[in-house]
Design a protein around this ligand. Structure first.
Ligand code: FDA
Ligand code: NAD
Length: 434
């Protein structure tokens, strides 16, 4: 089998890979030095589009419209760009074996790739209900969403099951974004999740109450405090019913499951140090193995701001960690040093006419401010999180670009706030004066 050799190889062709490629070109790589090996059939794209405009009936997003780096206002890197720059884009190629000691990767088709420096950017895989043996979970029309092929399957079934019934399993990011996208397609949507409120890993009960009310007003039904324990299918094997733990049975033509992701690190098990489910890195995304870096969802890295070690599954970090790793690789070659990664967590989501941003850490006491009436024509509200007398996190729904900048600054600066009642009263104006 043919063997190919590169100075730099990125394994994975998602968000991090695309931003890393751009940074390599900025820093200077020669044609033929860099390869990206991806299981997907398309050049790196902005994954967030898949759960939003990709599924909309109008204003639909399609490739090549959302290749990286348009999501952060940058140049759109079309497949031709990689060719022009001499970057080898090796698509539809899954790596099934990685030998970090021998600096060798092997694809499913048996091709061998050698590298001098490796960047691991394999992202996450969805957790499937079949992983924990939920009865009937392999029925047809039960969907997950991670890659563009998954989104295409959803687009197809939306066409086939016009005005049909959808059950969304999970109340996190995928649950909230997909129930909105499918409702916009005029499907009858019911969400089911085990927690007392949606998105509990970020939202407080107060924040969640707004979204649950807003979704209900849009016609999305919500069933909380229970889980799907089984599925019934018809004679074609297509899902027809979802059985809940509390005994209820829901009709369904389509089921979408969003019960979390898991970083794709199995190829490297036992070869590299792991922590918190990811590959442990330093502040330059260097792993415990020399010449091997890990970025994006798979990296567990030092979060300087909180003197902690964390993994982040969001696009802003995927972009920035990739850039940091490439800068570190190039500066190392030149015998120079760069600053350590000093990341301020930034998460966001959009659904229906809503749009929120969050910066910082959601720990300590939380206060809610602003107009959080789900029936408001222009709701604008937020939350601050206060720990040890300092504001450490800030959330804002419906903010303008300047207001979002202001909450980002608050989370970075961590101003003192001793009086929580006053903070509630001041609301957004507290952030705007920092
Ligand atoms: P990413 O998943 O982007 O890329 C990994 C790549 O590696 C894929 O191309 C995969 O096929 C490939 N790969 C994996 N194993 C391989 C192997 N063995 N061989 C070859 N290739 C392999 N975040 C946010 O902040 N705001 C948002 O709105 C959204 N929205 C959103 C929607 C949807 C549907 C998803 C799934 C995720 C989001 N996210 C998000 C999260 C964000 O997209 C995510 O954190 C980044 O894409 C992570 O970037 P990575 O490059 O680490 O992985
Ligand atoms: P998530 O962790 O956000 O949410 C999973 C949800 O499923 C939680 O509410 C959880 O309690 C619930 N759940 C767990 N087991 C369940 C069960 N058996 N039945 C019903 N509910 C169950 O994960 P996700 O929404 O699947 O997202 C997957 C990945 O994609 C994550 O990495 C996420 O960050 C990323 N993503 C991010 C965005 C964004 O940032 N806007 C959007 C989409 C996806």
């Amino acid at each position: 089998m043919a063997e190919k050799s590169f100075k730099y190889v990125i394994i994975g062709g998602g968000v991090s890979a695309g931003y890393a490629a751009r940074e390599f070109i900025k820093q200077g790589v020669k044609p033929g030095e860099l390869a990206i090996i991806s299981k997907e059939a398309v050049a790196p794209y902005e994954r967030p589009a898949l759960s939003k405009a990709y599924l909309f009936p109008e204003g639909t997003a399609r490739l090549p419209g959302f290749h990286v780096c348009v999501g952060s206002g940058g140049e759109r890197l079309l497949p031709e760009w990689y060719k022009e720059k001499g970057i080898e884009l090796i698509l539809s190629t899954e790596i099934v074996k990685a030998d970090l000691a021998a600096k060798t990767l092997v694809s499913a088709a048996g091709e061998i790739f050698k590298y001098h420096i490796l960047i691991i950017a394999t992202g996450s895989a969805v957790i499937r209900l079949t992983d924990f043996g939920v009865q009937g979970a392999d029925a047809k029309n039960i969907f997950y969403l991670r890659e563009i092929d998954d989104a295409d399957k959803l687009v197809q079934v939306i066409k086939e099951k016009k005005n049909g019934k959808v059950v969304i399993v999970g109340g996190g990011y995928i649950g909230l974004e997909l129930s909105a996208a499918l409702r916009i397609n005029n499907l009858d949507v019911t969400m089911v999740y085990p927690e007392p409120w949606c998105m509990p890993r970020l939202f407080t009960a107060g924040i969640a109450a707004f979204y649950e009310g807003y979704y209900a007003n849009k016609g999305v039904k919500i069933i909380k405090g229970t889980v799907a324990v089984g599925f019934n299918a018809d004679s074609n094997g297509e899902v027809k019913e979802v059985k809940l733990k509390d005994g209820r049975v829901l009709e369904a033509d389509i089921v979408v499951v969003g019960v979390g992701g898991r970083p794709l690190v199995t190829l490297f098990k036992g070869q590299v140090e792991e922590e918190k489910g990811g590959i442990k890195t330093d502040a330059f995304f260097k792993t415990s193995v020399s010449d091997v870096y890990a970025v994006g969802d798979v990296a567990t890295f030092p979060m300087k701001l909180y003197n902690d070690i964390r993994r982040v599954e969001h696009v802003d970090h995927a972009r920035k960690s990739a850039e940091q790793a490439v800068k570190a690789i190039k500066s190392n070659e030149e015998g120079k040093t760069i600053d350590v990664y000093d990341y301020l967590p930034f998460f966001y989501s959009r659904s229906f006419d809503l749009s929120w941003q969050f910066y910082g850490d959601n720990v300590g006491d939380a206060v809610l401010f602003g107009d959080n009436d789900p029936a408001s024509p222009n709701p604008k509200f937020g939350s601050y999180w206060i720990k040890d007398g300092k504001v450490v996190g800030a959330f804002l729904e419906g903010g303008s670009p300047d207001e979002n900048k202001a909450i980002a600054k608050v989370a970075r600066v961590q101003p003192p706030a001793m009086n929580l009642d006053l903070l509630t009263k001041e609301g957004l104006s507290f952030a705007c004066k920092i």
